[in-house]
Ligand binder design. Sequence first.
Ligand SMILES: [Cu+2]
Length: 640
Amino acid sequence: MKASSAVVLLSAVASLGAVLPHAAAPRAKPPARATTNDNRRPAGTLGDGKLELKLDVVNAQWFPEAEDGPSVVMQAFAEEGRAPEIPGPMIRVPEGTEIHITLRNSLPYLGVVVHGLHTRPATKDDVLTIPAGATREITFLAGAPGTYFYWATSSNKTLPYRVDKDSQLSGAIVVDPRTGPVTHDRIFLIALYSDDPDSVAGREPHPREIVVANGKSWPYTEQFTFNEGDTVSWRVINPSAAPHPMHLHGFYFNAERTGGEGADTALAPSAIAQANTRVLLPGTTMAIRFVPDRPGNWLFHCHLALHVDGKSKLQNVLHRRSMEEMEHEHIAMNHGVHEMAGLIIGIHVLPRGEHHVASALAPQRLRLLIQTSPDGYSHKRAIGFVLQGDAEPKKDSVTLPGPTLFLERGRPAHITIVNKLSVPTSVHWHGLEIDSYPDGVAGWSGMPGRLAPVIQPTDSFVAEFTPPRAGTFIYHSHMNELMQTNSGMYGALVVTDSAHPFDPRIDKIVLVGGGGPGNGETRSTGMVNGTAFPQLELEAGTTYRLHIIQIHPQAIVLFRLGTDTTVARWTPVAKDGADLPPEQSTARAAFAMMGPGETAEFLYTPERPGLQKLNIETRAAGWHVPFLLFVRPAKKVVTN
Ligand SMILES: [Cu+2]
């Protein structure tokens, strides 16, 4: 009896096994092609203060690069009657609109959880769970004006872990004020795709990471043409799994609003700081404004090298090629624009007329060699700069980090860069408001008919520019940065004038950068002023000006100054080379978070003798450099 029932059971299981795949997997038709959503068309039908929108979650064929380039099946939102879109259809309505959404989940097996379809501001995240094949409806008021987003997951992930097939399930939500002028803005939604779980949340950097703006990777992202002096308003939304330090070449931008999925805040005019780099953490948004007032070609891009690296292309995800193979190809095709990929937006500024004013001052001439030191990083090869003095520097000499360059505001600089490497390179004068041609993006900087060349091995390039502003800036390689910048091609650039002198007794540079080559699979460790054990002697009662520069291309860095148990106070006075308005220069607890490409100046007065520590640490990148500050007693002033 027992035996026979076992046989019956077994045969039932066997026949089920044979039948199930057919029953559960009806032959699916090939997924539709996803169209690229440039976030200009509000989705749905708006009338009588109501938005009616029907959305479907489907599989779609995604082309993040050329329209006839490589593609991959991803999950995407589709508005009823239209092709699926990446990123998802934009919900853009005036304040006060009632939004009614019918959401269907057409994924064959997977349930989806949809976030962000609720009234703003919101303190808690309302979610909508939709089983495979099911439909749900939701009605909510748009709420407060601002930049928001909705997103979905089919793998039950939180935002920082959503990198796979559901990584493009995000859409913009923009609520416009009921009254007031309409802003002619553009909206960029950032997404990150990786098929490797180790790359999520920055645990491991990985070459198989595709970062896109509005569904496309450089050089297939949208390019913009402005007239010199135009005002540009952009909203940037980051529902991707990683932070992105967004850097604008050549100009400052003002972040006028910052927010996230649930709320958006207009900054008071006194709180708006000029920046050329700002970290957008996962789940945050910003509305920026800038005035490109110099002609030429410029970039707005993520400053994490992996997110703009030419190896971060879809074919490298699909074919899982070895690091060596990609590296080899990368060097072979090193010719500028195609050497980069990912989160980069191109900007062309058309000239409005001739207004070049020649300086009467004699130029400051520098000769900067780029060389290799076989074991510059104790047994690891270093690549870096060395300044030519009276005699030619030794062939294998490299200054780590690069020598601090001191330029004068308003005085022309004439810097001859000599490439003594066996690979091409280029040098970017990060943060300086200079002409496009010397800006350092090979094959891009400059204007049609006069583009900056790659600096080939044995070749040289003369960068001629006049820094218009005194402050703390950076120079670094703008080519294969995982290798070149990490290996030492970075240095501090200080522009002085009478109001911004540099006195080595009180002006102290804290330069955070890579400590040897990194690549897509390994991170460079961190070094500060060229060492993992930096220290400085200070005097109690003296006010110092700390010039902090963060140019580690694989890390977001946290700074904390104090003892192990107390936090010191400091006063920020400049950001990215620009003086802060007085109302922002107020004493505060000495914390800072800085992405690659950010600089800041702080006034700091150690109050009493003893040991203070500037802790410089990363979370995802996993390294930590304590900067020891030995504070000695104030010298007694001798009086007669
Ligand atoms: Cu990035």
